[in-house]
Design a protein around this ligand. Sequence first.
Ligand SMILES: C[S@@+](CC[C@H](N)C(=O)[O-])C[C@H]1O[C@@H](n2cnc3c(N)ncnc32)[C@H](O)[C@@H]1O
Length: 307
Amino acid sequence: MRHVPVLLEETIRLLQPERGGLVVDCTVGLGGHAEALLEASSSLRLIGIDRDPQALEMAEVRLRPFGARVKLAAGNFADLEALLHQEGVEAVDGILADLGVSSLQLERAERGFSFRREGPLDMRMGPGRLTAGMIVNDYSETDLEQVLREFGEEPQARRIARAVVRSREQKAIETTTELSGIVGKAKAGRGRQRPGRIDPATRVFQALRIEVNRELLGLEALLDQAVRLLEKDGRLVVISYHSLEDRIVKNTFRDLARGEVDEITGRTRSESRVIEVLTKKPIRPSEEEVAANPRSRSARLRAARRL
Ligand SMILES: C[S@@+](CC[C@H](N)C(=O)[O-])C[C@H]1O[C@@H](n2cnc3c(N)ncnc32)[C@H](O)[C@@H]1O
């Protein structure tokens, strides 16, 4: 199985692997970005992290030719500092996070990420207790509605939550296709589903995935630790796939780049600026990239340099 790396050229240009040193790929996945970075410079070393053991097994095979230049570690990037300390690393020259799910996770029906493939309502990226099925079958109607509204930005959250609760009163909802059928019916006739629009279940699946994997909390924790770990002039590149993630990256970068204002002079204390933002606007994939790799459609890349 191939996972085509998204915004690859831009990622390499911004991370500058030719400077050598140590880069941590927080979402090594199937090793696409990692492989290209290692190929770009023989003096670069890379630590690859992923919470998905299946992905790590595949990355291990793909990155084997680079020998001791690569180390892989299973874990959640929310614990980045601890994971690096375990490897005896205190600081790095570059950090990459390519958020979201991999093709491996989407294409394996049994992982339950895709509403197009019949599978169990799982959606766990790695080890963890909470599954999508538990949210759908056990959360109260109000909590379910809140998850759909907050993490899916789903305008019909209330209607869908009610339909889910009504359906599970008859029988537990077990599969991805059962759930997308319930969502489709709940939304039908609301006049908002024009042909060519995204599938009615898209936002619901996004919301469940974010809740199951605590994705937004993990991203905040990662950004917080990343700036502490970067060497001066080190680079941070984050690729996000929906507006909730991108907003967190954008706002965190803005705050870290602004620095503190001196109350007496009203000027920014230049030494309090932590990063320089390298992407005024997020970088989006070209039309050609989207045509060749539809998964890149919603990608937005933001990069920063540690001051
Ligand atoms: C889009 S894929 C990365 C693909 C990779 N850049 C490549 O080119 O093959 C995202 C990966 O990040 C992993 N992931 C998502 N959230 C994570 C987290 N909090 N900690 C560690 N890995 C995470 C997923 O398991 C998935 O394998």
